[in-house]
Design a protein around this ligand. Structure first.
Ligand code: PGA
Length: 253
């Protein structure tokens, strides 16, 4: 079943106290919001605050995701976090492949393939991020870049595994820049992505996969972006740090 999803990527923001405060405010803001069937709200705090977040959101409509994880099961990887550690604190979803991970931490398609495999083996659902750089779009290579990112990291998966993948198309030039893709640009790319899954797997599978848009989604543009038929929600950075803004985006889905 294709789900509508609004996910907040908190990135490296919010101390423990700030995490508690933001969750409290979000619960208040979302209390009166009646989510439609198959609509989900996810927040992704930083690792050290995941346990608090899963506890504080128990029996609410808010789910908790991690922002990253290591590909190995366990072992001598100082400073890293495993899939099993995430599930042990109640996390069910992990964001992988965010452009900031690709850019600042040299995460490649090959590494992401391993991370995706490890996550799925541990029953973690994956929000898989990808998207082109500005120069790719300017040189009209954006479709090619997106296709190769998906092919390299995901197309080895079986259909039943794809059910545990949420896609997040995030054009890098739109992340944190205030320069969002137009709703038409998002729709064009999302339809292309769905088409790729239809030809690699089946139309049936392609019709069930959720494709989120990410990159400067704000309360004032969410509704228009979400109104597009192939846009199933958003991955929200900056605007997910304010309860009122994030809730307004949730209401727009
Ligand atoms: P932004 O970030 O909403 O601040 O542009 C989106 C993201 O990085 O997921």
């Amino acid at each position: 079943m294709r789900q509508k999803i609004v996910a907040g990527n908190w990135k490296m923001n919010n101390t423990l106290d700030e995490t508690k405060k933001l969750i409290k405010e979000l619960k208040k803001e979302l209390k009166s919001v009646k989510l439609k069937k198959d609509t989900r709200v996810i927040i992704a705090p930083t690792f050290v605050n995941l346990l608090t977040a899963t506890k504080k959101t128990k029996k609410t409509k808010i789910e908790v995701a991690a922002q990253n994880m290591h590909q190995a099961k366990n072992g001598a990887y100082t400073g890293e976090i495993s899939a099993e550690m995430l599930t042990s604190v109640g996390v069910k979803t992990v964001i992988l492949g965010h452009s900031e991970r690709r850019t600042y931490f040299n995460e490649t398609d090959k590494l992401l393939t391993e991370k995706v495999n490890t996550a799925l083996e541990n029953n973690l659902e994956v929000i898989f991020c990808f998207g082109e750089q500005l120069e790719d779009r300017n040189s009209e290579n954006h479709f090619k870049v997106v296709e190769s990112q998906l092919k390299n990291a995901l197309f080895h998966l079986k259909s039943e595994d794809i059910k545990n993948i949420i896609l997040a198309y995030e054009p890098v030039w739109a992340i944190g820049t205030g320069q969002t893709a137009s709703a038409d640009q998002a729709q064009e790319m999302h339809a292309f992505i769905r088409g790729l899954f239809a030809s690699e797997y089946s139309q049936e599978l392609a019709d069930t996969i959720s494709i989120l848009y990410g990159g400067s989604v704000k309360p004032n543009n969410a509704e228009e972006i979400f109104s597009k038929p192939d846009v199933d929600g958003g991955l929200i950075g900056g605007a997910s740090l304010k309860a009122k803004d994030f809730s307004a985006i949730v209401k727009a889905i």
